[in-house]
Design a protein around this ligand. Structure first.
Ligand code: ADP
Ligand code: ZN
Length: 612
């Protein structure tokens, strides 16, 4: 290793420790930082919470000049800049929320080399004025955050991102680092191609999020199950609940609010001011549950979201992964919970068949949905399945998903499937699920009598099971592709080619045993979600709670989100370490020199007060 490289490495580590308060780089961070510091281009694929920001922030500080960060998330730039100011980094942004005078002032500071990190929206960057400014300045690097926005297939597509290839042409000697948490191969190739990153080194991290516990439960009464889940496991936490439609968002938020949960709605149909206000509250206050459509989420880098719940099935595993990934960025335990039922399958299939897309695209959507259903119906570890989908094969069962924790019982479901399929056949494939199940179970309601279906040989052949059991079988049979729902004809059930060998007894199928949804047990201690704080002693918990109060106050005074002051993880460590001097406090993860200077004395005296 050359002396220069060694010196640069030392410098990077020093910045990590003194500015950010971390003792070591994580995963591939060290390699990425070193590569970019030396002027190389990089493409970084890292899951949410993996630590992408440091990958460009540290090199920007090690190298001379200003690091230019391109980001589409204008609404979050203020918080990002505030967070950097808190650790003593000179940061600023240029975007459309500023007055001309404010922008002028920032430009002046950029020219005089007075800024280390500059956040810019892509459309702003592309203006001749901005490009001239950057040509006159000394640039350390370009970081292109949320790089998947160049992908025309993804749902975050931003046309102005495509123009970013200009950077390469106008600033050939400035290193570029593109970052994204989107895992699929197609997006990766599109980023490389569109941003001309063919020569960039690729850093692909594992997409596993070990601290997230995946749970998919059978939907009975979704809203009620959600409430039970929140009350029993997350009474004191911030979380996100995803729903498919705007109407359902409104209704669910209202329902939670009436049940005493601090819930707010968010969807694209809301008035802009109201929507932004709700987002700001979610970021700044503790313990808010955001009920939202998928319009909510990109760039929400609140680290202490303790759960993400889905009341409706996502369209694809990519979507599911991205949405659940917003939980637990701080590395502490978090839950990804979903309630899923027959209606979801029917609804999603209908949305595809009714969409305006062409046939090829519909087929792609169908394949993606099938993969998602496969994840819901799997009898094996969900994480293994998830990682497999992203090309990370051969993983061990995780021990931290519902399947690993309470393995489902599978059974030979051939006979049940045959009974169901025969009934569909006997009613001439002209009836929807409710009617088919009535006939199967021998319920002779008016409609059944009217059609004389109580006269059929299949009438009542499934009377030994209840409706919920049969619905579970029906859902799995649809997920397996033996039956389809014909949306053009009253949602009637139709047999597919795949059903034939099962009906003829040539093919057996395994199903998972229906499990009655059980109400999760309430945690023993008071209303506290002891989910996260279990390993703190009573005294430590007292300190932690006091610190939380102190943080709320301080955040309000500084007008920044609470996590910008300290993360929960840092405060938990403080509660455990009970530092009695600034030197003790210096060793805590997340406490850099600037924060030590600003808050150290307050914290020490606060702890002294409590510990007496
Ligand atoms: P991403 O942008 O990849 O989602 P962030 O950059 O927001 O992730 O980092 C996620 C969390 O991990 C942040 O709270 C950050 O402070 C923390 N973090 C990142 N790198 C380290 C490290 N080397 N040591 C300790 N904490 C880290
Ligand atoms: Zn598992």
């Amino acid at each position: 290793m050359s002396e220069l490289v060694q010196e640069q490495q030392g410098k990077a580590l020093h910045i990590l420790e003194t500015v950010f308060g971390y003792s070591s780089f994580r995963g591939q961070q060290a390699d990425i930082v070193q590569h970019v510091v030396q002027g190389g281009d990089a493409l970084v694929l890292m899951p949410t919470g993996g630590g992408k920001s440091l990958c460009y922030q540290v090199p920007a500080l090690v190298r001379d000049g200003v690091g230019v960060v391109v980001s589409p998330l204008i609404a979050l730039m203020q918080d990002q800049v505030d967070a950097l100011a808190e650790v003593g980094v000179r940061a600023a942004f240029l975007n459309s929320t500023q007055t001309f005078d404010e922008a002028m002032q920032i430009e002046r500071r950029v020219r005089s080399g007075d800024i280390d990190l500059l956040y810019v929206a892509p459309e702003r960057l592309m203006t001749p004025r901005c490009l001239e400014l950057l040509e006159a300045a000394h640039i350390a690097l370009f970081a292109i955050d949320e790089a998947h926005c160049v992908s025309q297939w993804g749902h975050d597509f931003r046309p102005e991102y495509i123009k970013l290839s200009v950077l390469h042409e106008r600033f050939p000697n400035v290193p570029r680092i593109a970052l994204t948490a989107t895992a699929d191969q197609q997006t990766r190739e599109e980023i490389i191609h569109r941003l001309q990153l063919e020569d960039a080194r690729q850093f692909v991290s594992s997409f596993d999020r070990p601290n997230i516990r995946y749970q998919i439960v059978e939907k009975a009464n979704g809203r009620k199950q959600l409430l039970d889940f929140i009350e029993s496991e997350h009474a004191d936490d911030a979380g996100v609940v995803y729903c498919l439609s705007r109407k359902k968002v409104e209704e669910t938020a209202e329902f939670l609010k009436q049940s005493g949960i601090n819930a707010l709605p968010y969807h694209a149909g809301m008035d802009y001011a109201k929507r932004t206000a709700n987002q700001a509250r979610f970021l700044r206050e503790d313990k808010i549950v955001m009920v939202a459509t998928i319009a909510f989420g990109m760039g929400i880098d609140k680290p202490d979201v303790r759960f993400v719940a889905h009341l409706d099935l996502p369209k694809s595993i990519e979507g599911y992964y991205q949405e659940t990934g917003r939980a637990g960025r701080d590395g502490l335990p978090a839950n990804a919970w979903m309630a899923y039922g027959l209606q979801d399958v029917v609804q999603q299939r209908r949305m595809i068949s009714e969409s305006e897309a062409d046939e090829t695209f519909k087929r792609v959507l169908g394949v993606k949905l099938d993969a998602m259903l496969g994840l819901c119906e799997t009898l094996h570890c969900r994480r293994v399945r998830l990682l497999d989908y992203f090309g990370q094969h051969g993983q061990q069962a995780c021990g931290n998903c519902d399947i690993c924790l309470t393995p489902p019982v599978s059974f030979d479901g051939t006979l049940m499937a045959q009974k169901l399929l025969s009934t569909v056949y006997r009613v001439e494939q002209r009836f929807a699920a409710g009617h088919v199940l009535d006939v199967l179970r021998g319920i002779d309601g008016e409609r059944v009598k009217q059609w004389r279906h109580d006269q059929l040989s299949v009438f009542g052949i499934g009377s030994e099971y209840g409706e919920a059991e049969w619905r579970a079988v029906l859902r799995q049979v649809i997920a397996l592709g033996l039956l389809t729902v014909d949306h053009e004809n009253y949602s009637s059930l139709k047999l597919t080619e795949e059903a034939k060998p099962v009906l003829r007894g040539e093919q057996k199928i395994q199903l998972r045993q229906y499990q009655k949804p059980v109400k999760p047990k309430r945690s023993s201690s008071s209303s506290k979600s002891n989910y996260v704080e279990t390993d703190l002693s009573t005294e430590e918990q007292t300190i932690f709670d006091k610190l939380r109060w102190w943080r709320v106050e301080t955040a309000r005074k500084h007008n920044v989100p609470a996590y910008v002051i300290f993360h929960d993880a840092t405060m938990r460590e403080i509660a455990k370490a009970k530092p009695s001097s600034l030197d003790d406090l210096r060793g805590v993860t997340g406490v850099g020199e600037k924060k030590l200077e600003t808050y150290g004395a307050e914290i020490i005296s606060l702890i002294r007060e409590i510990s007496g």
